[in-house]
Ligand binder design. Structure first.
Ligand SMILES: Nc1ncnc2c1ncn2[C@@H]1O[C@H](COP(=O)(O)OP(=O)(O)OP(=O)(O)O)[C@@H](O)[C@H]1O
Ligand SMILES: [Mg+2]
Length: 307
């Protein structure tokens, strides 16, 4: 209907495309869950969205119903673009999904080869390789309002390339001591990495950095305390809505689906509605950050803030 009535919330052609990486070097913190639900939320809201699965474990790809190593070849992923110098666009890898306005660049295990190949070529002194993914993203960014990137859980060549390509970061952090301390390590590594990239004139230009409390279980007093500590530490950078641990997400994931595409509850309607509340809350806050990057949206944002 938005399409018909000409009220799609597209950015103006002069506004920058938002390239948001859902990043944390720690595994299992909810990166792929946040990335896929954010991409689908934005598509439902009417934006033109691309989701780039940069992780050879391909969790995001799986949530679109693919069996990555059966259904997809290596040429369907980022791999050929990262491997060869000749390709000038990532267009070949974009595929439509069952969400209107949402396109996907899938991943599979073959993408793991790029991790070694990029590292080896960088060791041989091939310069500018960390920029290859950025070039790829730029080759398709004209057509999208938002590009969401789901990187692998490691500080490798691909993660660094994602960092370089992104102009915004969302960092999911479960409020457990282990996840919190590894996020502290992630932040100092991020700091060092940005400095090193800056020395080579490659510093990422981040428009926003937001932390999301993920997999939160407020029945656990330690988690409540840590969440409070994170809010104190990160201040406004912390998304106010916590993404609570929900059986609805677990059950949807088990069906290789997301909460947004299930017609009815995978658990009970009360659990589903609460879960949709967390997801929509988190995503709506990030949507405001994204729109803040667009000069053409400033007036509408100010009006909404006053209302
Ligand atoms: N809020 C949540 N409630 C319940 N389960 C969740 C929640 N967030 C994530 N999970 C589950 O936790 C597991 C890990 O999540 P996910 O794959 O999103 O993490 P990740 O950071 O992308 O992991 P990796 O580092 O391996 O890429 C998945 O099984 C997912 O379904
Ligand atoms: Mg993941």
């Amino acid at each position: 209907m938005r399409g018909v009535f000409g009220t799609r919330p597209y950015r103006a052609p002069t506004d920058p495309c938002c390239v948001v990486a859902v990043q944390n070097f720690k595994g299992g913190v909810g990166k792929s869950t946040v990335a896929v639900h954010l991409a689908q939320y934005l598509a439902i809201r009417g934006y033109r969205v691309a989701l780039v699965d940069c992780d050879s474990q391909a969790s995001a790809t799986t949530l679109f119903g693919y069996v990555p190593d059966l259904d997809l070849g290596e040429d369907d992923t980022l791999y050929p673009f990262l491997r060869e110098g000749e390709r000038s666009s990532l267009d070949y890898a974009l595929r439509k999904t069952h969400f209107d306005g949402l396109e996907l660049i899938p991943a599979n295990l073959r993408l793991f080869n790029s991790e070694y190949e990029l590292a080896a070529r960088m060791a041989r002194g091939s310069d500018g390789l960390l920029d290859r993914l950025k070039e790829g993203v730029e080759s398709i960014s004209d057509r999208f309002d938002v590009i969401v990137m789901d990187p692998p859980p490691a500080l490798g060549a691909i993660s660094l390339s994602v960092l370089r390509a992104a102009n915004a970061l969302v960092v999911p952090v479960p409020p457990t001591v282990m996840d919190f301390s590894s996020t502290a390590a992630f932040l100092s590594m991020l700091d060092e990495t940005i400095e090193q990239l800056a020395e080579r004139g490659l510093a990422p230009e981040l428009q926003f950095l937001r932390f999301v409390g993920s997999k939160v279980d407020e029945n656990k007093s330690m988690q409540k305390e840590l969440l409070h500590l994170m809010r104190t530490l990160f201040g406004h950078a912390m998304v106010r809505t916590p993404l609570k641990d929900s059986a609805e997400i677990d059950n949807a994931t088990a069906r290789l689906m997301t909460v947004y595409e299930l017609d009815g509850p995978a658990t009970s309607s009360a659990v589903r509605n609460r879960c949709l509340g967390y997801l929509d809350g988190v995503n709506a806050e990030i949507e405001v950050d994204i729109r803040s990057m667009w000069p053409s949206h400033q007036a509408a944002l100010r009006k909404a803030a006053l209302a």
